[in-house]
Ligand binder design. Structure first.
Ligand code: DSN
Length: 417
């Protein structure tokens, strides 16, 4: 008799997974940090490799039985080195936050100083924001964006670095629509003898696909998640120059983590293989073109975009320009089948749980094959909802149109059952 399936063993969970698959198919996923991993990536993610313990690194493990796991990890590393043109890669961080904590642990001791972009200006929690361990255990100083154009305030960065002499200078963003000026950051770090760390979690797929400048050669340490624009499994990685390889590896294991998640590492190898294909360059360019097209559509309807547009996959809209706050806007959009997140905007006068903005991203809809024409239509629907967030008829009309669009664009890795 064959082994029972998930549906037979646990129909409750199987049903919830089926509903989530359907939700991902029938809605427009505009959460800037989400994407659709391919079926191949998902197969590797769900593989028996997750049964295996393998603390250590290839050739130096603490358990026997590593002949295949070593090869899997070796392939992931080799492909990522090729993809990003870096000297060393650690693929074991469980996700982006552990990767960033590992970097802290590699170079700092409690109380040591860092400088990073503040959360309200589009930075990440783990770049020293006070509620994170990176802001609690270390002396973190935060820079922001300029009041006039909402671009990163490099004068403030230089001032803070000069004043506090941090060991680490963080650059990289989570809600910032423009290129990060890596060369300028590198100069500031060099002048102060700080290590520049670039967190490319949001844009790693765009960098891999040649649609965004790369910090390689400017930031000796680079961290990333693997599931955003890179379209891999959920996970993290650290790319670095060879001179820092030992400290980084030691900080990840045994410093911070135990056994690596081997199935995720295999899936990351698959994602890197996919990203090395020429079609990924087309994808990455389309993501950026799509974001620009959606931004133009929104601005033509009077929606205020932070910095007036985008260079990436991400748009940050101050929806108070349409007389609605971010949270009710995100809720109304979800009712209409458009899923995004509410977000603070720079110098927001509202509270983080009830901010002025929404954040939108085009990585997932581009993975479905949608192009600039669809982005203009979606931008129009978003504006329709922002103008009438409590009008049930408008929400129902947009919901029906969204569903019809979703039905014509399959999503990688998902099946309409
Ligand atoms: N949660 C990620 C994002 O949405 O950008 C960052 O950790």
């Amino acid at each position: 008799m064959s082994e029972p399936t998930l549906t037979q063993v646990d129909p409750e969970i199987a049903s919830l997974i089926a509903h989530e698959e359907r939700r991902q198919l029938d809605n427009l996923r505009l959460i800037a940090s989400e994407n659709y991993a391919s079926r191949a990536v998902q197969e590797a993610t769900a593989s028996p490799l997750s049964n295996k313990y393998s603390e250590g690194y290839a050739g130096k493990r603490y358990y026997q039985g590593q002949e295949y796991v070593d090869q899997v990890e070796g392939l992931a590393i080799a492909r990522l080195k090729q993809l990003f043109g870096v000297e060393h890669v650690n693929v074991q961080p469980y996700s982006g936050s552990p990767a960033n904590l590992a970097v802290h642990y590699a170079f700092l001791r409690p109380g040591d100083r860092t400088v990073g972009l503040g959360l309200p200006a589009g930075g990440h929690l783990t770049h020293g924001w006070k509620v994170s361990i990176t802001g609690d255990y270390f002396e973190a100083h935060q820079y922001g964006v300029r009041a006039d154009d909402h671009r990163i305030d490099l004068d403030q960065v230089a001032r803070l670095v000069k004043e506090h002499r941090p060991k680490i200078l963080w650059c990289g963003t989570t809600a910032y629509p423009r290129h990060v000026p890596y060369a300028e950051f590198a100069q500031i770090a060099r002048d102060a003898g700080a290590i520049l760390v670039a967190d490319i979690a949001h844009v790693s797929g765009l960098i891999a696909g040649g649609a965004h400048p790369s910090p390689v050669g400017l930031a000796p340490i680079i961290t990333s998640t693997t599931h955003k624009t890179l379209r891999g499994p959920r996970g993290g990685m650290i790319l670095c120059e060879a001179r820092y390889a030992k400290e980084i590896d030691k900080a990840v294991f045994p410093g911070l983590q135990g056994g690596p998640h081997n199935s995720g590492i295999a899936a990351l190898a698959v994602a890197a293989h996919e990203a090395l294909a020429p079609s990924f360059r087309t994808y990455a360019k389309a993501v950026v073109d799509n974001a620009r097209a959606m931004g133009e559509a929104l601005m033509s309807r009077g929606v205020d975009l932070v910095t007036g547009g985008t260079d990436t996959h991400l748009l940050l809209a101050d929806v108070t320009s349409k007389n609605v706050a971010g949270k009710p806007a995100a809720i109304a959009l979800e009712a209409a089948g458009i899923v995004c997140n509410y977000n603070s905007v720079p110098f927001d006068t509202r509270k983080p749980f009830d901010p002025s903005g929404i954040r939108l991203g085009t990585a997932a809809v581009t993975s479905r094959g949608m192009g600039e024409g669809e982005m203009r239509i979606i931008g129009g629907w978003i504006a329709d909802v922002l103008e009438a967030p409590t009008d049930a008829a408008v929400l129902a009309r947009v919901r029906a149109e969204v569903l019809a669009l979703c039905q014509t664009f399959p999503a990688p890795g998902l099946e309409r059952r």
